[in-house]
Design a protein around this ligand. Sequence first.
Ligand SMILES: [Zn+2]
Length: 72
Amino acid sequence: MGAWGFLLRMVMGKITSVKCPNCRKETPWEGNPNRPFCSERCRLIDLGAWANEEYRIAGEKKPAEEDEESDD
Ligand SMILES: [Zn+2]
């Protein structure tokens, strides 16, 4: 399930409302500029959490040192 089940339902035209991935509040799909989130706040919180996670994962790896072709 997850995003793909969600997309599938959307493509099949059966989505009229979604649950906000952040706060789980039922929120309308049509005419919702922040979909699938209920509000801009939830959208930004989720994006922030995702960016944080990416940053954390990236931070655990040591940067590749073989990538030093130019030196601006
Ligand atoms: Zn929300």
